[in-house]
Write a protein that binds this ligand. Structure first.
Ligand code: ATP
Ligand code: MG
Length: 320
């Protein structure tokens, strides 16, 4: 019975409008072969065979929402006026995501390039600027949100400047549920939002920042939830699944992955599924069960990936 309830919940995602606000990243993968060492320095030479681009950070959260069937998805954030920004816009429009992006000459689009040879990462090259959004830019994002009228907002914070005090103040005034994938250094900005979804390491750092000194998971999670005045706190526990912190105590939901290839992006899938599940009228427990299923599908795929509806339904059919 539970399976058919979860299936109905997923089938109702089509009616939702969800906006993602946050730091947008372009992930570039350069694949090649390594056959010799450079004569210039003791480093391998990568002979490029193929290049691939993927939308990352907040853009990957938007892709996840679309993949699980959310009807209208908007992405708000900042890109640079450069070819990487153009590439992101192209990926987003191909996937049917409405992008309301601030394009600026001030900062480049955040680009993470991974060089991969012999199936292993040789080097990651980051190009980014963490300049805070200007006040006018933050206000513009709030105005765009008012226009889009989402049922819920996801703040996908990678601490690269989009999530700032002006933005969160404006967001609070809109009175829309806000789900946050957090960065510990911005912890105090998340006060009063609906739900925050740290992984275990982020949870520990947030505790330190808030001066919570004990070392008892159940008590500490309640304290953090109270200090930030959240409706719920959801801590993701990697292979151990998800902990849902309710007013009455902590509930644990075991992970569902059968095989694990690559855990990158699983956190994006969790926040997208939780937000959709709760916004569509599901209870928090159902949303957590569903989030473990979708994240479990994603960790079974290589690279930043999204689940498909077919995979979700087949998982539900087989039982949880
Ligand atoms: N090794 C694993 N085995 C099974 N499920 C996993 C594993 N790692 C992650 N998951 C699933 O993915 C969810 C999120 O994982 P995790 O707690 O590692 O988040 P994260 O560190 O934020 O991920 P990200 O790398 O995307 O930032 C878990 O709650 C679980 O459902
Ligand atoms: Mg994460």
């Amino acid at each position: 019975m539970e399976f058919s309830q979860l299936k109905r919940l997923v089938e109702s995602f089509g009616k939702l409008r969800v906006a993602v606000v946050g730091d947008i990243i372009l992930d570039k993968y350069v694949f090649g072969k390594v056959e010799r060492i450079s004569p210039e320095a003791p480093v391998p030479i990568l002979e490029v065979e193929r290049e691939e681009y993927r939308a990352g950070g907040a853009a990957n959260v938007a892709l996840n929402l679309k993949a699980i069937g959310v009807g209208e998805v908007a992405l708000l954030g900042r890109i640079g006026a450069d070819s990487e920004g153009e590439r992101l816009k192209q990926i987003l429009s191909e996937k049917g995501i409405a992008s309301y992006l601030i394009e600026t000459e001030e900062v480049p689009t955040t680009l993470k390039t991974r060089l991969i040879g012999r199936a292993q990462q040789l080097l990651r090259v980051d190009r980014e600027s963490k300049k805070l959004l200007e006040e006018g830019e933050s206000k513009r994002i709030i105005a765009l949100l008012e226009e889009f009228k989402p049922n819920a907002v996801i703040l996908s914070d990678y601490a690269k400047g989009v999530v700032n005090p002006t933005l969160v103040e404006g967001l609070r005034k809109l009175n829309i549920p806000v789900f946050v994938d957090p960065r510990p250094k911005n912890t105090l900005l998340y006060k009063g939002f609906t739900c925050v979804t740290p992984n275990l390491k982020e949870f520990e750092e947030m505790k330190t920042l808030l001066g919570i000194k004990e070392n008892n998971f159940e008590g500490d999670t309640q304290k953090l939830k109270e200090k930030l005045n959240l409706q719920r706190l959801v801590v993701t526990l990697s292979e151990r699944g998800i902990a849902l912190v309710e007013p009455s105590g902590v509930k644990y939901f075991p992970a569902t992955a059968k095989e694990v290839y690559d855990v990158t992006g699983a956190g994006d899938t969790v926040v997208a599924t939780l937000c959709a599940g709760v916004s569509a009228g599901g209870d928090w427990e159902s949303a957590c069960k569903l989030a473990n299923i979708t994240a479990g599908i994603v960790v079974g795929k290589l690279g930043t990936a999204v689940p498909t509806l077919e995979e979700i339904f087949s998982h539900l059919k087989q039982g949880l």
